[in-house]
Design a protein around this ligand. Structure first.
Ligand code: NAD
Ligand code: UD1
Length: 337
């Protein structure tokens, strides 16, 4: 069975590709490499001993997509492709709406032409905005605080409406919490361009000497130590969640939204301590002002994933830190030279 991964050369897509190949699926990637490196393809081959067909093309390009679907018998699509930097989306909203929504709509249109009826979509906990309570269930209120978030919210809506109009379609909307870590081989991992926005890549860059210290954004939040609490999950666990979602989509029709998180919240300082424990490297930090738009705490109620998909995160915070460091120390400049 062949799965098309849009954005499959990216951080989560590449890890999912490795897990899919290991589980015996065939994988086809379409990626325009706007936020990834072609080196990923060689690394995937190295880890899995199998090659993937990859199209260097934009998902908004209808004719390129038609070529992908006509040259491969695709059974299911996992739609990762999208721009994902929150701050950037506030500065360049049209770029985000154009890319992320156009990709979703073009993909659905061409899937329909080729009678491909199963889609797993990369959504985000960002659709919950400022949660009224934690842990967050899938039926919680949704409201976004930035254009990136709105593209996820709107894509969920577009996919849901399309699936409802076609009784045979199956759509699984996966709302990821905070994926971190890397494949145990240290050959693929997260490779942000410029100064990392997210916590773990920043910490690993401090550890490798690329940055002097971590800025802890605020220590006056309503949490156990005053720093922000999030639900960090290992990217390999997350990748496996996609396989469960594909299996679910094979057996069911309709639309379902599912949280993928561990259900546990860790503060910024918990993560600093966990990283130090797992790697033996001290992370100097300074308390800095709050980052605009940040919230106190965000973690999942992960019970629906277990009930519907039979998925549960298995790897620990130590595994996440160790693997993130293994990737960073073996690739101090990511996929760059
Ligand atoms: P990523 O940037 O590493 O991967 C996205 C990939 O999509 C990149 O390889 C990029 O080149 C490609 N891409 C973007 N627009 C494209 C287009 N129009 N056509 C073809 N390719 C295109 O990001 P990631 O962390 O792997 O995230 C994957 C998905 O999961 C994204 O949709 C992201 O919004 C979502 N998500 C990520 C996180 C996270 O913390 N990483 C959390 C929640 C949701
Ligand atoms: C980010 C995204 C969000 C996305 C989520 C999951 C932003 C603003 N939001 O949020 O849309 O759904 O990831 O991928 O990018 N922190 C520091 N110092 C740093 C970096 C982060 O103290 O240098 C703190 C933050 O204040 C926060 C925690 O670490 O409390 C986690 O931050 P981050 O990794 O950016 O994730 P989210 O804030 O959850």
């Amino acid at each position: 069975m062949a799965v098309l991964l849009t954005g499959g050369a990216g951080y989560i897509g590449s890890h999912t590709c490795v897990e899919l190949l290991a589980a015996g699926y065939d994988a086809v990637i379409i990626d325009n490499f706007s936020n990834s490196s072609e080196k990923v393809l060689e690394r995937i081959r190295e880890i899995s001993g199998r090659s993937v067909v990859c199209y260097n093309a934009d998902v908004c390009d209808e004719s390129a997509l038609r070529r992908v679907f006509s040259e491969n018998k695709i059974d299911c699509v996992v739609h990762f492709a999208g721009l994902k930097a929150v701050g950037d989306s506030v500065k360049h909203p049209l770029e985000y709406y154009q890319n992320n929504l156009c990709a979703t709509m073009t993909l659905l249109k061409v899937m329909n032409e080729f009678d491909v009826e199963r889609i797993v979509f990369s959504s985000s906990a960002t659709v919950y905005g400022v949660p009224k309570s934690t842990p967050i269930r899938e039926d919680a209120d949704r409201w976004c605080t930035n254009p990136y978030g709105w593209t996820k919210y709107m894509s969920e809506q577009i996919i849901s409406d399309t699936a409802k109009a076609d009784g045979n379609m199956s759509a699984v909307l996966l709302r990821y919490f905070n994926p971190i870590g890397a494949h145990e081989s240290g050959r693929i991992g997260e490779d942000p361009t410029g100064i990392p926005n997210n916590l773990l890549p920043y910490i690993t860059q401090v550890a490798v000497g690329r940055r002097e210290h971590l800025n802890v954004f605020g220590n006056d939040y309503n949490t156990h130590d005053g720093t922000g609490v999030r639900d960090y999950l290992h990217v390999v666990d997350l990748a496996k969640g996609h396989i469960r979602a594909i299996e679910y989509a094979q057996k069911n029709t309709g639309v379902i939204a599912v949280n993928l998180g561990t259900g546990n919240g860790f503060s910024v300082l918990d993560i600093v301590k966990a990283f130090e424990r797992a790697t033996g490297i001290r992370i100097p930090y300074k308390i800095a002002p709050r980052r605009p738009g940040d919230i106190d705490a965000c973690y999942a109620d992960a019970s629906l994933a277990l009930e519907k998909l039979g998925w549960k995160a298995e790897l620990s915070i130590d595994d996440m830190c160790r693997s993130a460091w293994n990737w960073q120390k073996n690739n101090p400049n990511g996929y760059g030279e």
